[in-house]
Structures are given as structure tokens and as C-alpha cells.
Design a protein around this ligand. Structure first.
Ligand code: ASP
Length: 328
């Protein structure tokens, strides 16, 4: 294979951030244009043809539907372009797992689509941005990256979108995979996959929707009462996700109020506010009686994206919804 041609779609984030000082603490995300990042990468001697398009220049705390629509469209165009071997999305780390999840369930598993971010701005001493970017180029240009779904490259590891979770607020090693660990390890010069691609030829799981319905996340805590459920209902959400205690639990009054939400035709997914572990059906909570869906290995923010996409695709059968949460 010759030099790979990689399309870079930039959205901003700390990888494009600037502190104005190598030792500054504060900084602003999304300051560096993608042309400058590409020039920086090419100056390293990376063996790839890179072309970049700025989709947005924001911190990922401000990313949502207005950015996801053009991002998805540009990826679909790049997937159809025979001259392009792989796609990189530069992205802030705060919501990278949500964007990765949305793309993963609405794109076919063909050419590699790789999200990459950084924890330190581009001009900080010890910035991880250019290294992560060079690693992402290595992954996106690798023929063996095909058929693995959307991936996230951070801290010399490659994670599947469905597994990637932000774990730390500031360390450069900020992401972990759950329930699977990394798919592989990468440096700008080397790439080792831990197993073969497992999604080769798979079509998109769901159609990319025209809009995403409102789904709210309810954060559970000790001493909580059902008033918060009522407050969220006034926003008229199409569904709710519980960021529950332990295995997706909540005080009895809250669970009763959520069962009424289900009875009113709005699905409720029980997830957990705990960082690791699965939320399984009918352990302490009677999901069968209340009609809840258990999030299994998905955290609340990923569960929200999956629920939104299913609702937008007209999927409301509880058994089908549960099966989609069970699926890895
Ligand atoms: N707030 C930033 C963002 O998500 C943080 C980062 O990129 O690391 O864009």
C-alpha cells in the first residue's frame, strides 16, 4: 500500500487549545486551525497525505446536534470517496465518548473513523496533542483498522467507541475502556492490535436521524425524592436515563415515579453513576414489573445517545431496546 490519504475533520477541543504560555494553567479550547495542526504533523515527517476541514472550533462541552449533523455528513462523504483511506476527527475530550458513540451506531464498520483529543493544549510543555494526533494517523492509515467501528485514540491506546470512558479530569492517561480494555497500542511508529477486526462488513446499526429527541439524565443521590422526576417531566422528554446508585438504583419513591414515567409511554433506562460495572436486569430493582431497561455496560451519557437514536428511529418495543443495550 502507498502513502495513506487521511481526511481530518476538526471540531476544536484542547488538542486545538492554546494557553498562550507553556506553563500556564488556564487555556482556551479550539484556537488552532486544522491547517496548522496538519502542518505541525507533516513537519514531524509523518508518511501520510493529510487534508483537513474545520467543522467547528469549540470546546466539546459545546458540541451537540448542530455540530454532529455536518460531522456525520462529512464522514459519510469521506467514506464514499475512494481516494480516502481513513478519517480522523479531532475532538475535545469532555464529550468525545458521546460523539464516538453516536457515530459508531450510525456508520458502517468499514474504513477507520478515529476520534482523537488531548488533555494539554497545543502550546503547553509536554503537550500530548501532536503525539496523539500522530498516533491517530498511524491507526487511520492502517489496513487492519478496517471493520472495527469508530475508535478513540488517546494516551498510546486505541479504544472502541462503545468502550471508551473519560476517567480523569486532568491526567494525559484520561481514558479507559469498559467492559473491554484497549483494542491495541499505538505509537507514531508502531501499532499492535490485540485481536482481529470483529465488525467487518457490518452496516450501520441505525439510520442517522433527522433530529434527536430530548432525553434527560436524572442523577441519583442519597436523600433524593421524587420531586426531581416531576421537574424533569416538565421538560417533556421522550425518555429518561437514571444515573443511578450502584447497580442503577434509586430511593423507592424515585423508582415508583420512574415506573409512572414508563407507564406514560416514555422509556426509562437504568444506568449507574459508578464508573465501572454492569447494570443488569432484575437484581435489586424489578425491571420486569416497572418496565425499565437496564443499561448493562453503557454509562448514563452513552445510554442517553443510544436511547435518543432508537427513539428517533421509531424503536419503542422494550424487548428490542433491551436487546440493543445487551449488544456489544
Ligand atoms: N473542555 C475541553 C473539551 O472537551 C477538554 C479537552 O478537550 O480535553 O473540548
Amino acid at each position: 500500500m502507498g502513502t495513506p490519504h487521511i481526511r481530518i475533520l476538526a471540531t476544536g477541543g484542547t488538542i486545538a487549545g492554546s494557553a498562550g504560555s507553556a506553563i500556564g494553567h488556564g487555556y482556551r479550547a479550539g484556537q488552532v486551525a486544522i491547517a496548522d495542526m496538519v502542518a505541525g504533523a507533516q513537519a514531524l515527517g509523518i508518511a501520510a497525505q493529510l487534508d483537513g476541514i474545520d467543522i467547528a472550533q469549540v470546546g466539546s462541552q459545546d458540541i451537540g446536534w448542530p455540530q454532529w449533523q455536518p460531522l456525520h455528513r462529512h464522514i459519510v462523504e469521506a467514506l464514499a470517496d475512494e481516494d480516502i483511506d481513513g478519517i480522523i476527527v479531532t475532538h475535545g475530550t469532555d464529550t468525545a465518548e458521546e460523539t464516538a458513540m453516536l457515530l459508531d451506531i450510525t456508520l458502517p464498520a468499514g474504513k477507520p473513523v478515529v476520534l482523537v483529543g488531548a488533555m494539554r493544549p497545543a502550546d503547553a510543555v509536554g503537550s500530548d496533542g501532536l503525539r496523539n494526533f500522530a498516533n491517530a494517523v498511524r491507526v487511520a492509515g492502517d489496513p487492519a483498522a478496517h471493520g472495527r467501528g469508530v475508535m478513540l485514540v488517546m494516551g498510546d491506546t486505541v479504544l472502541a467507541a462503545s468502550d471508551a470512558r473519560k476517567w480523569a479530569t486532568a491526567n494525559i492517561d484520561a481514558f479507559r475502556g469498559y467492559p473491554r480494555g484497549p483494542l491495541g497500542v499505538v505509537t507514531p511508529a508502531t501499532l499492535d492490535w490485540f485481536g482481529p477486526a470483529d465488525r467487518t462488513g457490518n452496516p450501520a446499526r441505525f439510520a442517522f436521524p433527522d433530529r434527536l429527541p430530548r432525553v434527560e439524565i436524572l442523577y441519583a443521590h442519597a436523600g433524593m425524592d421524587e420531586a426531581t422526576v416531576g421537574a424533569l417531566l416538565r421538560l417533556d422528554p421522550a425518555g429518561m436515563v437514571l444515573a443511578g446508585l450502584g447497580q442503577g438504583n434509586a430511593p423507592r419513591a424515585v423508582l415508583s415515579a420512574l415506573a409512572e414515567v414508563v407507564a406514560s409511554g416514555r422509556p426509562v433506562v437504568r444506568a449507574s453513576r459508578v464508573d465501572e460495572g454492569s447494570v443488569d436486569r432484575n437484581v435489586e430493582v424489578d425491571d420486569d414489573a416497572a418496565g425499565f431497561i437496564a443499561s448493562r455496560a453503557y454509562n448514563p451519557q452513552k445510554s442517553r445517545i443510544l436511547l435518543q437514536v432508537m427513539l428517533a428511529n421509531g424503536i419503542t418495543d422494550p424487548a428490542r431496546m433491551q436487546a440493543e443495550f445487551d449488544r456489544r
